[in-house]
Design a protein around this ligand. Structure first.
Ligand code: ATP
Length: 420
């Protein structure tokens, strides 16, 4: 059913839902648009509405071929809506769900597009803060590029920042400082965010490198298990090499996944370095990497706060522009985690060696349930072997002490001439 948004737009049909609201296919004075109508509880938040209006200039000013342009911001009664360019295609998560892993050339072409978009945003002083495959749209009507990749565009600019509000919490009302909350998507969060530092442009580079790793491997480098364990790995673990990845590409990934933000490349340089590698990646098949086992038993790093925003968050039920694409899920890939910044001792004392280490086909991941079961079996085999050796030695020793006269229990060989 058509829905009027302000005086200029009509929303016709739901394209999909995210954690901040619902995206509609709409119509404006200049043709078709995508309209993101923010959740009712966000729209009812006066502080947020104020910032939404304040952010207008930054959001509306971003015009780049690899950024989904925000054309208008509408505050209409209870509705708070972002009017965006309509991208006819699919989001990168849907493509990844379908294909599991992309060939390096296509993965790098998509990542380079997004790095270009980030370079423009960073130059304008805007940090995205929620780079992930869900926020990358593939324009199926655009020209086909290297590796058969359609142009990639980054969307949802400024939305994470809009929602990341110092709310009027009970602690604040009582004059106490509330625990610093992390708002972001655990799998893609840069370590400095986990440590409570303000997010700068380098957090987008870390998140984009995580996306590139995921496109190549089929899983994120530090994901899996409880969100607390994921946050801790970002801070404490180093990324494990992907079998078969071209060395130059690996070096680029490692540099952009550096724990120190200053060591990461800037977006423009990353885009240029990725594009330089494209010719050498032509024709390389998707990497053969085994999916790590998920380990749900890891303890949390930091106790979760009551997930107030999540309570109102509609369950994801993304309707892709590509018919038949599966609905998406995965708590560590959702934006609003309601986690607090873990204390330093919680970060230092965490489980080690739990990163989703890629393995040669068939080998279990260190720390995984399968790996632990294999270790248990190995320990059992060693214990049995040790016990058998001990029994054999004991028997031999006993036999030696009882050799004259022969023990009634010791086997007596009756050779020729020894018989009765
Ligand atoms: N400009 C657009 N044009 C076409 N489709 C869009 C556009 N923006 C978003 N969509 C589609 O709408 C759906 C929901 O997008 P939305 O940005 O609300 O959520 P998300 O990014 O998946 O999740 P989250 O908000 O938690 O990051 C996605 O499936 C996406 O493909």
């Amino acid at each position: 059913m058509a829905r009027k948004i302000g005086s200029r737009y009509t929303a016709h049909q739901i394209l999909g839902r995210g954690s901040a609201g619902t995206v509609w296919l709409g119509e404006g004075p200049e043709g078709p648009v995508a309209v993101k109508i923010l959740r009712d509880d966000l729209a009812a938040d006066q502080e947020l509405v104020g910032r939404f209006v304040q952010e207008r200039t930054a959001l509306l000013g971003l015009d780049h071929p690899h950024v989904v342009a925000v054309r208008d911001l509408v505050v209409d009664g209870n509705d708070l809506a972002l009017v965006m360019d309509l991208v006819r295609g699919t989001d990168l998560r849907t493509r990844l769900n379908r294909e599991r892993r992309l060939a390096p050339e296509a993965a790098v072409a998509i990542t380079a597009d997004i790095a270009d978009g980030l370079a423009a945003a960073h130059a304008a002083g805007v940090v995205h803060r929620d780079v992930k495959p869900e926020n990358v749209l593939l324009d199926m009507e655009g020209p086909i590029g290297p590796g058969g990749a359609h142009p990639a565009l980054l969307t949802d600019f400024g939305v994470a920042k809009l929602i990341d509000t110092p709310r009027r919490t009970p602690e604040r009302a009582a004059g106490r400082a509330p625990a610093t909350k992390i708002i972001g998507t655990p799998d893609y969060l840069a370590p400095e965010i986990v440590e409570g530092l303000p997010p700068r442009a380098a957090v987008d580079i870390y998140a984009l490198a995580t996306v590139l790793y995921e496109l190549l491997a089929g899983f994120t480098p530090f994901g899996g298990g409880h969100p607390g364990a994921v946050l801790r790995r970002h801070v404490t673990e180093t990324v494990v090499p992907l079998p078969g990845i071209p060395e130059e590409l690996w070096q680029l990934l490692v540099q952009c996944l550096a724990k120190a933000p200053a060591s990461r490349l800037r977006a423009a340089e990353l885009a240029a370095r990725l594009r330089e590698q494209l010719p050498g990646l032509a024709g390389i098949a998707p990497l053969e990497v085994d999916e790590p086992d998920s380990d749900e038993t890891e303890p949390p790093a930091a106790p979760e706060e009551p997930a107030a925003p999540a309570r109102d968050t509609p369950r994801r039920a993304a309707v892709s522009l590509v018919p038949g694409a599966p609905a998406r899920d995965g708590a560590n890939r959702d934006t609003h985690t309601s986690m607090r910044v873990p204390a330093p001792d919680e970060l230092a004392g965490g489980a080690r060696g739990t990163a989703r280490a890629p393995r040669a086909a068939g080998a279990p991941r260190p720390g995984s349930a399968r790996h632990r079961a294999e270790q248990r079996r190995r320990r059992l085999r060693l214990t049995l072997a040790a016990a058998a050796t001990a029994v054999a030695l004991a028997v031999a020793g006993y036999a030696a002490t009882q050799s004259d006269p022969p023990s009634p229990t010791a086997p007596v060989r009756h050779g020729p001439g020894t018989g009765p």
